[in-house]
Design a protein around this ligand. Structure first.
Ligand SMILES: O=C(NCCc1nnc(-c2ccc3[nH]cnc3c2)[nH]1)c1cc(-c2ccc(F)cc2)cc(O)c1O
Ligand SMILES: [Mg+2]
Length: 214
């Protein structure tokens, strides 16, 4: 049967990227998605904004919702201080299988913990599973209708503390209107929009950065 898009992306990485070099894995994926086949990675333009927020926060505990092929997990983990780990949740086992191989190829497997399952099931177990109290940084890039219920769940599970940073992809395209309305109007968040473009296209999209005020 025909290969899947994530499998073709993995093959391009194994063929063209330098093993153990996260930047070359990132560049190879961006080249493939721009010149061969579009894929829903955060991409290079929004990825630079993601990088700057990760560097600014320099998180001790970081969570990503929606691994897909592992592109943003590699982007985030390559910037984390030694001894810190990114926990990334993926629902789709086929995506997870490809992401594990891309993460391993980049050499960052010791800085990334990929967990398969639904965010709604896993978030309430995070403190016991990973021995964490609160999260310094959360990157939301999974199903767009899960952003709002999942941050409410993060609040309920007391995984956010005063100053926790949420960064959400695709708030314009495909769009997360209920999430945007919530973080922009809730007194518990200070929100800022970073205008950009849908990965590898000229379509408008952007990232919303929200600080939890406690
Ligand atoms: O759907 C997206 N991303 C989500 C994939 C995913 N990968 N994993 C999950 C998951 C879903 C439940 C989960 N529960 C726990 N982990 C979970 C993970 N969802 C997405 C779509 C687009 C896009 C834009 C324009 C178009 F014309 C077509 C598509 C662009 C993007 O940047 C995206 O991120
Ligand atoms: Mg996205």
């Amino acid at each position: 049967t025909r290969s899947t898009r994530p499998q073709r992306l993995l093959k391009a990485v194994q063929k063209k990227a330098i093993k153990g070099d996260p930047q070359s894995v990132i560049s190879t994926i961006d080249y493939f998605c721009r010149h061969s086949e579009w894929a829903m990675n955060v991409g290079d333009e929004k990825g630079a904004i993601l990088d700057s927020v990760v560097c600014e926060v320099s998180p001790s505990t970081a969570l990503e919702l929606g691994t897909y092929c592992g592109y943003s997990a590699v982007r985030i983990a390559r910037l984390l201080p030694p001894g810190t780990k990114l926990i990334t949740l993926e629902f789709n086992p086929d995506y997870a299988a490809v992401a594990r191989q891309i993460i391993e190829y980049s050499g960052l497997q010791d800085k990334i913990c990929l967990v398969e399952g639904a965010s709604g099931d896993l978030i309430p177990k995070m403190q016991e599973l990973f021995g964490i109290k609160t999260l310094d940084f959360v990157f939301l890039d999974h199903w767009k209708d899960r952003y709002l219920p999942d941050i409410k769940l993060l609040e309920e599970c007391q995984l956010l503390r005063k100053g926790s940073i949420l960064l959400a992809d695709n708030v314009i395209c495909p769009g997360t209107p209920d999430y945007l309305e919530y973080v922009r109007n809730s007194p518990r968040y200070e929100s800022k929009y970073f205008k950009s473009h849908l990965e590898y296209t000229k379509v408008e999209d952007g990232l919303e950065k929200s600080v939890f005020l406690g």
